[in-house]
Design a protein around this ligand. Structure first.
Ligand SMILES: Cc1ncc(COP(=O)(O)O)c(C=O)c1O
Length: 370
């Protein structure tokens, strides 16, 4: 199975499974900005390669300062990590919640981090009929259950993705505020928030800077297409940031990652071009997938969740495999808790890539499953 190690973008596993060389796939399985890393990334690697001969700044001062200015928050509220993945883990390690509430579906790392520290997991099922939106009703009902079971405020961590992966749905900030007012602790993973145009209406990052019960995590991987360098950051109240920093492995953010992080924040043209591409390409791709008879879910980000209706007779696993042998990778979303074998996730790429994928889909879905 392509998601053997739990994630998309695993080209080595694809090569083992489908026999095509790793660098020859058209990869829709990882939600990466198709423009690739902005030019400044290569410049940093060229100009600062000698930094490898020294230890990185253990306090990541340059990048923290720059992130703080970028988001207009206090530097003491920013922690940089070895990808958002490290910060997800650190948040759970620090809080050691008795209970962790997750939505089904959601990014698998939240549950993995919670299980590692012995936290009890409560799943909140999101409904396809409601476009997988988290509702106030569902939150209040679970809160009531938790209280009836004797779980006091502050013993539960709500780990929520906004935009959620794999659904692409955003969470109404008011729902998170409600949880915080109720005394709950909330971590919001905003790994894909840079792709959202009206970020100010959706992001809780600035509020997190002055809150003791709210953590917001961001990834630099997706938007800047730098998954190999490992870079993410979180924003939370200064005392939480200090405590998580103490748990962090020394020098977990290498020197080149720190410099790349500083450089990409200045790439405003790259950001504008990405948003412009997404605004054109997403509606077009969604329309074309729907025209093939696939059921596409709402979302605002650089990936789409879609369902293969039963009448086609194809499962997501079969479709992923058939496309894989033709050099195209999509995500079989049935590995996400709460989704069955009819769900797939595809990243958005450029028009010619979409045309190739759509052509293969049209061809395959018109025939019996392989
Ligand atoms: C929702 C979500 N959060 C966090 C991450 C991890 O990002 P990073 O590469 O910054 O560790 C991913 C990676 O796929 C993701 O999908």
């Amino acid at each position: 199975m392509l998601e053997r190690f739990g994630h998309g973008g695993d080209l080595r596993t694809a090569q083992e499974l489908y026999g095509i060389e790793a660098d020859r796939y058209l990869d829709f399985s990882a939600n990466m900005n198709p423009f690739g890393p902005p030019p400044c990334v290569a410049e940093v690697l060229r100009n600062y390669a000698d930094q490898i001969g020294r230890y990185p700044d253990p306090a990541v001062r340059g990048l923290r300062r720059k992130l703080a200015d970028h988001h207009n928050v206090d530097e003491a509220s920013v922690l940089v990590g070895n990808g958002a993945a490290e910060l997800i883990d650190l948040a759970v390690q620090l809080l050691k919640p008795a209970v962790t509430v997750l939505t089904a579906p959601c990014f698998n790392e939240y549950g993995d981090a919670a299980r590692k520290c012995g936290s009890r997991i409560r799943m909140l099922q999101l409904e396809p009929q409601a476009q997988f939106k988290l509702t106030q009703e569902a939150i209040l009902s679970l809160l009531k259950q938790l209280r009836e079971e004797g779980t006091a405020a502050g013993q539960t961590l709500w780990f929520l993705g906004s935009p959620n992966n794999p659904t692409g749905q955003l969470i109404e900030p008011e729902l998170v505020r409600l949880l915080v007012r109720e005394g709950e602790i909330v971590a919001v993973d905003e790994a894909f928030m840079d792709f959202v145009t009206d970020t100010d209406c959706w992001s809780l990052l600035r509020e997190a800077a002055s809150c003791t019960r709210l953590i917001v995590i961001r990834s630099m991987t997706k938007f800047y297409a730098i998954p190999g360098i490992r870079l993410g950051y979180l924003v939370a109240g200064a005392s939480l940031v200090r405590a998580m920093g103490e748990l962090q492995i020394p020098w977990s953010v290498n020197s080149l990652a720190q410099l790349i992080g500083e450089a990409v924040l200045d790439e405003t043209d790259y950001g504008d071009q990405t948003i412009k591409w997404l605004q054109t390409e997403r509606p077009w791709f969604v329309e074309q997938l729907s025209a093939l008879g696939l059921l596409v879910y709402e979302g605002k980000v650089n990936y789409v969740l879609f369902q293969i209706p039963d009448r086609f007779g194809w499962s997501s696993r079969q479709l992923q495999h058939a496309l894989g042998t033709r050099g195209i990778l999509i995500r079989d979303a049935s590995g996400y808790e709460g989704l069955n074998g009819s769900y797939c996730r595809s990243a958005l790429r450029f028009r010619e890539d979409h045309v190739r994928l759509l052509g293969e889909l049209r061809n395959l879905l018109g025939k019996p499953a392989e």
